[in-house]
Design a protein around this ligand. Structure first.
Ligand code: GLA
Length: 380
């Protein structure tokens, strides 16, 4: 990938750029908890975005996406927002850096990636983190890593229409090979957990479906949680986020909020506890408990939070049938992958059954990716 990028950079701009990269992510458990101030447990993966970049002495960004085979040029003022969706991510990162007092001037860039799009592996966070990290390095802005992650998150909020939490950008900025990271999204305290379960493998099964309106449905889930938290806050003023609420406090407001908001909040409160339970279980090498929690998360995401879909429920059921230790829909939902914790000896039978039976049911084969937990944003 590096060579392809440099070759194109040379052709377009007549020199070589500096190379930066960042990663997509997995999340073992803790879904839709980040924007509720709860815990998440992600790690960066060996699929990411790579970019060649060089300052060009103008006030224009000249960007080329190898994957879309498209060129785009834009200025750095708010009114210069480009039309192409991919370029909006780069533009958003520039704008959010500037808003934080960072310096950004014109630059040339070529980038490409190997994070499958729409698979729930955060290709967009990988793109944002690559550029946030690169601009910080090139223009010597001295912005800390958390703020770089927030630059990516604000890019989603202000330029891409998704009111996401901090998990994806955090994972792609802080990722470390071989480690999952438990993050408290309220206090931003985090801890690395070496993850190397002996006798097990983590594997993603990608349904290759992405349902329409995923971002508006995502934003709606967030609103439900905020409404539930606001109702609870009337009785318990210390509740800033849903993560601060006890389960019984939710029961107190059952009549005051819609049933839908109640059920969504119920899922989130349960999910927050599951992250802690999984971390405890990992410290005892108790993978059966880890797996059981993953199944519980799937149930919650499917039946309470309603962010699963037919294809993912099918894969989850199949995992149970083939004695996979843990399986669940991963990421925002509405398509994408299941993440599966599977014993070495059950890997082959499960994967071949998943390929065969999924294709027989839905007419196309799923894709399979073995998880390799890798480093996040960096200069190569
Ligand atoms: C998406 C968002 C994250 C997080 C997950 C669900 O990936 O970008 O912030 O909310 O969904 O856990």
């Amino acid at each position: 990938m590096k060579e392809r990028i440099q070759t194109k950079f040379q052709t377009l701009f007549g020199c070589e750029g500096d190379i930066y990269a960042s990663a997509g992510r997995i999340n073992l458990i803790g879904e839709h908890t980040d924007y509720n101030g709860g815990f998440v447990f992600p790690g960066a993966i060996d699929k990411g975005i790579m970019a060649a970049i060089k300052v060009n002495g103008t006030n224009k960004v000249k960007a080329y996406s190898l994957d879309y085979d498209e060129y785009c040029e834009f200025g750095l003022n708010e009114e210069d927002k480009p039309a192409q969706a991919w370029a909006c991510y780069v533009f958003g990162v520039c704008r959010e850096t500037i808003k934080r007092g960072g310096k950004v001037e014109g630059f040339d860039c070529v980038f490409a990636g190997d994070v499958p799009l729409g698979a729930g592996l955060s290709s967009s966070a990988a793109l944002e983190s690559t550029f946030a990290f690169a601009l910080n390095d090139i223009f010597q802005n001295g912005i800390d890593k958390f703020e770089l992650a927030k630059i990516g998150q604000s890019t989603e909020h202000n330029y891409c229409g998704v009111k996401c939490g901090i998990m994806d950008q955090f994972a792609s900025c802080f990722g470390k090979a071989g480690c999952l990271i438990r993050l408290n999204c309220k206090t931003l305290e985090y801890k690395y957990f070496p993850f190397n379960p002996k006798g097990y493998r983590l594997v993603l099964v990608d349904s290759c479906v992405k349902h329409e309106l995923a971002s508006s449905a995502y934003n709606k889930r967030r609103e439900s949680c905020e409404k539930a938290a606001a109702a609870i806050r009337k009785n318990h003023p210390e509740v800033e986020f849903l993560s601060d609420a006890k389960r019984i406090w939710l029961d107190e407001v059952r009549e005051e909020i819609s049933q839908e908001d109640f059920i969504r909040a119920e899922y989130v409160i349960g999910e927050m506890q599951r992250v802690l339970d999984v971390c405890d279980a990992l410290e005892r090498d108790d993978y059966e408990t880890v797996g059981e929690m993953m199944y519980q998360t799937h149930f919650g995401m499917s039946k309470l939070y309603e962010v699963s879909c037919e294809e993912l429920d099918f894969l989850n059921k199949l995992a149970r049938k083939y004695d996979v230790t843990g399986s669940r829909v991963m990421g925002g939902g509405f398509g994408g992958c299941t993440i599966n914790l599977v014993k070495d000896e059950l890997y082959e039978p499960f994967i071949s059954a998943a390929k065969e039976q999924f294709e027989a049911e839905f007419g196309h084969a799923p894709k399979v990716y073995d998880v390799v937990i890798s480093d996040g944003a960096r200069k190569l």
